[in-house]
Design a protein around this ligand. Structure first.
Ligand SMILES: Cc1cc2nc3c(=O)[nH]c(=O)nc-3n(C[C@H](O)[C@H](O)[C@H](O)COP(=O)(O)OP(=O)(O)OC[C@H]3O[C@@H](n4cnc5c(N)ncnc54)[C@H](O)[C@@H]3O)c2cc1C
Length: 410
C-alpha cells in the first residue's frame, strides 16, 4: 500500500501516485507510455502473465480503489484526491479498464454499503488486488428496463441454503468471471419490488452455465447465463431476505455514475479522433474540424462535470443526477462514433471481424451500446423527469399487486 494521508490534496495524491507508477512500471511499458506508444502498452497489459501481475501490483498499492476505506484495500481518499490518482494512472493507460468495471465500480461499492463484516473481509481485498473478476446477473429475457419484473427464483431450503433456477442475459464477461451479482425472486406473493433478494454467486458453482453471445462487432463478451438447480450457501445473501431492491439501487446508481468515466480530466476519445484526423489530413476540412473541436469541448465539459459531481456528492453518495451524465455521455459516444467514420471513411467501410481491422468500423458498430447498457437513455430520461424535475411517475396500476397475480407480457 502506498503511503498517502487520507486528507491528501489533489496535488499530493497525483504526485505520490505518479512517482509510484514511474518506479514500478516495467521499463519497456513506462518508456512506451511516455512515448505515447499505446499499442505497446496495450500488448503489455494483454500479456497473460505480465498484465495480471501489473494489475495485482497496482491494486495492492491501493491505486485501483483510491476511495475505498484503507481497511478494505483502498486509500480512503476524498473524491477529488481519488480523481487525481485516477488521472495519474490514466496518463500511462495502465488502469484495469472496462473488463473489471463490474467488480471495481459495482460489486465493491455495493458490498461496502450492504455487506456483513465477513463478506467485506472475503471479497473486498481480492477485488481491490484484481484477484477476482465479477459479472452482473440482473437482466433477463423478460426483464431489462423493468428489472423488478425478473423471474429467476431462489427458494430457501430447510438448512438455510438457497436453490436457484432461471435465466439471465447480456451478462458482460460472465464466461470469465469468478463471482456474479445476482438478483432473484424469493417471494412471488409480494409486490414485484418487494419479493427480490440479492446474492453473491460463485460462478463455478455447479448448474451455472455461461454461454457467450456474438455481437455484430465480432466481440462476444456478453453471455446468456442459465442457472439450473444452483445451490447457494446461506452467506451468499447480501442484505436482507426480500430486501434486494434496495441493494440493487446502490449497484444501479454506481453503474450510471461509473459508466460516465473516472473523475479525471485528461486526453480522451475526442483527442484520439483529432490525432487520427491530423494524421490522415482530414482535419483540414473546415466542417469536420468544426465538428471535431465541438466534440473536444463536449468531452471536456463532461469530464469536468464528472469531477465536480464526485467532489460534491462525496465518495458514497451517488444521486439520481448521475442519470444526466449517463444520458449526455451516451449522446457523446454516438456523436464520436459517427465522426470516427467520417475521419476514416474508407476503413469504416472495409470491415472485417475484430477491432484491429478497423477502429472506425468497430466504433460505429458498437455505438448504440452506451445508450442501452446500465439502463437505456429513455429510462434515464424517466429518472431525470421523476426524481430531479419532480414530474409525475410512470403509472403502474399493478404496483402493489403480488408478483404472481400480475398480468404478464402486457
Ligand atoms: C453493452 C451492454 C452491456 C450490458 N451488460 C449487462 C450486464 O453485465 N448485466 C446485466 O444484467 N445486463 C447487462 N446489459 C443489459 C441492459 O441493462 C439492458 O439491455 C437494458 O436495461 C435494457 O433492457 P432490455 O434490453 O430488456 O430492453 P427493454 O427493457 O425491453 O427495452 C426496449 C425498448 O423500450 C424502451 N422502454 C422500456 N421501458 C420504457 C419506459 N418505461 N419508458 C420509456 N421507454 C421504455 C427502452 O428504452 C428500449 O428502447 C447490458 C447491455 C448492453 C448493451
Amino acid at each position: 500500500m502506498i503511503e498517502l494521508a487520507e486528507d491528501a490534496t489533489e496535488a499530493e495524491a497525483y504526485e505520490v501516485a505518479d512517482a509510484w507508477l514511474r518506479r514500478n512500471l516495467p521499463g519497456d511499458a513506462l518508456k512506451a507510455a511516455l512515448d505515447a506508444d499505446w499499442a505497446t502498452v496495450a500488448a503489455f497489459l494483454a500479456d497473460p502473465e505480465r498484465g495480471p501481475a501489473w494489475h495485482s501490483a497496482l491494486g495492492a498499492a491501493g491505486l485501483s480503489t483510491p476511495t475505498w476505506p484503507k481497511e478494505w484495500g483502498g486509500l480512503g481518499l476524498s473524491a477529488r484526491a481519488a480523481g487525481a490518482v485516477a488521472e495519474a494512472v490514466l496518463r500511462y493507460r495502465v488502469d484495469r479498464g472496462m473488463s473489471d468495471f463490474v467488480g471495481l465500480a459495482l460489486a465493491g461499492p455495493t458490498i461496502i454499503v450492504h455487506g456483513t463484516p465477513e463478506q467485506k473481509r472475503r471479497f473486498l481485498g481480492p477485488l481491490a488486488r484484481g484477484e477476482h473478476r465479477w459479472c452482473q446477473l440482473f437482466s433477463e429475457p423478460g426483464a431489462g428496463s423493468d428489472l423488478a419484473g425478473l423471474s429467476t427464483r431462489a427458494v430457501r431450503q430447510d438448512d438455510g441454503t438457497w436453490l436457484v433456477n432461471g435465466q439471465k442475459v447480456w451478462s458482460s464477461f460472465a464466461h470469465v468471471s469468478d463471482y456474479g451479482l445476482l438478483m432473484a425472486r424469493t417471494d412471488p406473493a409480494l409486490p414485484k419490488h418487494k419479493g427480490i433478494s440479492y446474492f453473491l454467486v460463485n460462478m463455478r458453482t455447479p448448474g451455472v452455465d455461461a454461454r457467450p453471445l456474438k455481437q455484430m462487432t465480432g466481440d462476444a463478451e456478453f453471455n446468456e447465463v442459465f442457472l439450473t438447480d444452483v445451490h447457494l450457501p446461506a452467506d451468499a445473501l447480501l442484505g436482507e431476505v426480500n430486501g434486494g431492491w434496495a441493494v440493487a439501487i446502490t449497484t444501479l446508481m454506481q453503474e450510471r455514475n461509473g459508466l460516465t468515466g473516472l473523475p479525471a480530466v485528461g486526453p480522451g476519445r475526442s483527442d484520439e479522433l483529432l490525432r487520427r484526423a491530423r494524421d490522415n489530413g482530414t482535419l483540414a476540412e473546415p466542417v469536420l474540424r468544426d465538428e471535431l473541436l465541438r466534440l473536444v469541448v463536449e468531452e471536456r465539459v463532461l469530464q469536468m462535470t464528472t469531477v465536480r459531481s464526485y467532489a460534491e456528492s462525496g465518495r458514497d453518495a451517488v444521486g439520481a443526477e448521475g442519470s444526466i451524465r449517463k444520458l449526455v455521455h451516451a449522446q457523446f459516444e454516438e456523436a464520436a462514433a459517427s465522426l470516427a467514420a467520417e475521419v476514416a471513411p474508407l476503413s469504416a467501410l472495409a470491415w472485417d471481424e475484430g477491432r484491429q481491422n478497423s477502429e472506425a468500423s468497430y466504433e460505429f458498430l458498437a455505438m448504440k451500446q452506451t445508450s442501452i447498457a446500465g439502463g437505456t437513455s429513455e429510462i434515464q430520461r424517466n429518472i431525470i423527469a421523476e426524481r430531479i424535475l419532480g414530474l409525475p411517475k410512470d403509472p403502474d396500476p399493478e404496483k402493489d399487486v403480488p408478483f404472481n397475480e400480475r398480468r404478464r407480457g402486457g
